[in-house]
Structures are given as structure tokens and as C-alpha cells.
Design a protein around this ligand. Structure first.
Ligand SMILES: Cc1cc2nc3c(=O)[nH]c(=O)nc-3n(C[C@H](O)[C@H](O)[C@H](O)COP(=O)(O)O)c2cc1C
Length: 370
């Protein structure tokens, strides 16, 4: 599909999408944000995606508030950032207001966060059993709202909340909470249009997201879920009235999605998709940054193995290359493996559209791993 045909099929964005969007005191360069994806949205990936253009705000993987206060080594790695990685929200999870407020202050005092995002969407058992993540959406006694108020009061930067529609279809508490969070000073909410019970199954409920949009008075609501391209984004905006869109898996499959969305907003034409060569360059960049971040080829390559499968699928590399990439030992091996494909260019029939659709692994059920 060419960019011209894509334009013909996709309605223009609402004109106000060209106006700058503020999240509290932060003025975003675009209305499209990178949603947190634990294990993926670390510094190497964020930097690589930002360089492709069009990203308004990135968020870290979810980080345990208590582990921040205890300065646990692994947690400190997740907090790694640099001046090119801004604006950045750090997403924290926990169930104790003291710890959450303390962790937020710790982060802001060290200049590590332009915003604090509170996780209320995580369905994973390890998070929920502590009373954090999506289980906070069950507590309408006031403790959840109080937790947000405490974090807002603790820091001078914008505090946002990322949540699901509710625990299950009988408890769609997100509109109620969004309004309450606004009242206590939250600067925005991001709403994944699924319940906790749904996990990652079924469809995103745009009507549910619209109810959240309708519930708040002035803060922006970011719609989230299953946006893999411009047409999905257009539908999300049209059907929910959201102020912006948070994109997770779509950015893993297609790091150029933000660039295209921003072009679409500014000109009506999404412009070119990521090319085969750009995909190879992106994969190399990502690997090099993982090596820097992990402090060595061995550890960086181990980290890369996790993402190697979807790169090889998107590039339609042969199975034997995939098998070697998921066992990658060093950069030299990577370059040797990739060189013939970089030189040959895309295989016959390869289309950027196919590559965008390359599957990204998702958790199997609501309480499985992320
Ligand atoms: C592997 C994986 C890890 C995730 N990690 C987080 C996380 O750390 N914090 C969070 O709020 N949501 C997390 N999510 C949920 C995403 O941010 C997002 O809400 C969800 O994937 C739907 O959006 P998408 O279709 O654009 O990916 C994760 C999702 C996946 C698939």
C-alpha cells in the first residue's frame, strides 16, 4: 500500500490535534506517547524510537516504588536515562502511599523524571497480590484516590495515571477514578481499553475509553490499545474523543509509527513507512545500545535475544539466521549474519506493511507474565 492510497483511505485527524498538548507543565511535541512495556521500553529502545521522530513522551517500564527507595541495583538500571531521553515519565507501582510518594520524590530530586506515572493497569499476579497495579481499581473506599493525591503533593512535576477500564465488566471503575484523580491533581490519564479480566484478549473497548474522556473536565486522556497504524489511530480518536494516544506493541513492531502519525496530523499524509534498510539500521542501533546499557557485549546480546525474533520476522530473514540471532554472542557475529541481507535489500514481495504487522509476543492470559 502506498502512502497515497493510505491517505485516501484514512480520514484526516481533528484540527485541534495540530495544537500543542500539555500534560500539566509539560508541553508535548506530539500527542503520541510510548506506552510502557516491561522488558522492552528501556533506555536503548526509547532512544532508538525517539530518533525516528514524532514521539511526544516516553514512559519507563513499571518500577517498584519500594525497590527505588531501597536503591536495588536492577531497579537502578531500569531508571537509566540521559538528556536525549526527555521528556520522560517514570512509571511506579506499589500500594502504599508513603512508598509511592517517597519514590516519586526520590526520582524528581535526582532529576530522573519529568513526570511520574502511576501504574493501575498491571494485571500480573506478582503486582496485583501486593495490592498494586489493577487491583487499585477495585478500591473505591478512597485509598486509591488518596494514594494519587499523596504522590501529586510530593512532587512538582506532573503526575499521571495509567489504568484499565476496571477489574471486570461488572466493575468498570475507570470513569469514576479518572474524575477523582483529576480532582486531586493528576495531570492526565492513559486508559487501556480493556478490563483486568480481559488481559490482552478480545477487543479494545472504544466506548469504555470514551466514558473516561467524558468523565474528566479538562485533563487530557490518552487512549490506548491495539493501535498498529494510522487507520487504528484515526478510529481511536474518532470513536473516543481522546486527546492523545499511547502506543505500546505497535511501536515495537513499527518504530516509525510516531513519525507517520505526526505527519498525518500535520499534513494529512502519513508519509513513508520504515524501509527495509531503516529496519536493519534500527535493529543494529538497538543492539549497540543494549550493549552499552548492559555494560558489555555478552549481556547486551543476551538482552537482544528477546527481541531478535520479531526483528527477523519483520525482515523475513531465514530461519537459520533467526536461530543464530536468538543465540547471539557478540556484535561481530551480528554483523556477519546481517551483512548479506543489508547488501541484497528486501526479498521479493517484502512490503513495509507486512513488516509492520510482524507479531509481537503478548502475555497469554490475564495473570500470566507480561
Ligand atoms: C510485554 C508487555 C509489557 C507491558 N508492561 C507494562 C508496564 O510496565 N506498565 C504498564 O502500565 N503497562 C504495561 N503493558 C501494557 C501496555 O502499556 C499497553 O497498555 C497494552 O499493551 C495495550 O497497548 P498496545 O496495544 O499499544 O500495546 C505491557 C504490555 C505488554 C504486552
Amino acid at each position: 500500500m502506498t502512502s497515497a492510497t493510505a491517505t485516501a483511505e484514512i480520514p484526516p485527524p481533528p484540527t485541534h490535534y495540530r495544537e500543542p498538548l500539555h500534560v500539566g507543565t509539560l508541553r508535548l511535541a506530539s500527542r503520541f506517547t510510548l506506552a510502557p512495556l516491561a522488558g522492552y521500553t528501556n533506555l536503548p529502545f526509547r532512544l532508538s524510537v525517539r530518533e525516528q521522530g514524532g514521539v511526544g513522551l516516553c514512559t519507563t517500564d513499571l518500577v517498584n516504588a519500594r525497590a527505588i527507595l531501597e536503591e536495588i541495583r536492577k531497579t537502578m538500571d531500569l531508571l537509566a536515562t540521559c538528556p536525549e531521553d526527555r521528556p520522560l515519565a517514570v512509571q511506579i507501582f506499589g500500594s502504599k502511599a508513603d512508598e509511592m510518594a517517597g519514590a516519586a520524590r526520590w526520582l524528581v530530586d535526582r532529576g530522573l523524571a519529568d513526570g511520574i506515572d502511576i501504574n493501575m493497569g498491571c494485571p500480573v499476579r506478582k503486582v496485583v497480590k501486593t495490592g498494586g497495579g489493577s487491583s487499585l481499581l477495585c478500591d473505591t473506599t478512597g485509598a486509591t484516590v488518596e494514594l494519587v493525591r499523596r504522590v501529586v503533593e510530593a512532587v512538582p512535576v506532573p503526575v499521571t495515571v495509567k489504568m484499565r477500564l476496571g477489574w471486570d465488566d461488572d466493575q468498570l471503575t475507570a470513569p469514576y477514578f479518572a474524575r477523582q484523580f483529576e480532582t486531586v491533581g493528576a495531570a492526565a490519564v492513559t486508559i487501556h481499553g480493556r478490563t483486568r479480566e480481559q488481559g490482552f484478549g478480545g477487543h479494545v473497548n472504544h466506548d469504555g475509553i470514551r466514558r473516561v474522556v467524558d468523565a474528566v473536565h479538562r485533563i487530557p486522556v490518552f487512549g490506548n490499545g491495539d493501535v498498529r497504524g494510522i487507520a487504528d489511530a484515526a478510529r481511536m480518536v474518532d470513536e473516543t474523543g481522546c486527546s492523545g494516544i499511547a502506543i505500546g506493541r505497535g511501536a515495537l513492531a513499527d518504530p516509525w509509527i510516531f513519525r507517520q502519525l505526526t505527519n498525518w496530523v500535520n499534513t494529512g499524509d502519513p508519509g513513508p513507512r520504515g524501509t527495509y534498510q531503516e529496519r536493519i539500521d534500527f535493529m543494529r542501533l538497538h543492539l549497540r545500545r543494549l550493549i552499552d546499557w548492559r555494560g558489555g557485549e555478552k549481556y547486551g546480546c543476551v538482552q537482544f535475544r528477546k527481541v531478535a525474533t520479531w526483528y527477523t520476522k519483520a525482515l523475513r530473514l531465514p530461519k537459520r539466521v533467526q536461530q543464530q540471532l536468538v543465540m547471539l554472542a557478540d556484535l561481530r557475529q551480528f554483523e556477519d549474519l546481517i551483512a548479506p541481507f543489508a547488501a541484497a535489500g528486501p526479498p521479493p514481495g517484502w512490503g513495509e506493511w507486512d513488516a509492520q504487522q510482524a507479531a509481537v509476543p503478548v502475555p497469554a492470559g490475564p495473570i500470566a507474565h507480561w
